[in-house]
Design a protein. Structure first.
Length: 57
């Protein structure tokens, strides 16, 4: 269900966080996604979750 391409994943996750979810943990629980895997994939393109902004920056 989640995009495999890291740039597409970034766009998808940030859109969902902005429009539908209060935080990354809630998003992952709802989508049955592995939070560590998402953070690892996005860290490879130098993006990290900012809890205050509720976005990967």
């Amino acid at each position: 269900m989640l995009p495999k391409d890291p740039v597409m994943l970034l766009s998808f996750i940030n859109l969902k966080l902005r429009d539908f979810y209060a935080d990354l943990e809630t998003l992952c629980d709802d989508l049955d996604a592995d939070q560590s895997e998402i953070e690892e994939k996005l860290s490879k393109i130098d993006y990290h979750y900012d809890k205050g902004k509720n976005q990967f920056v």
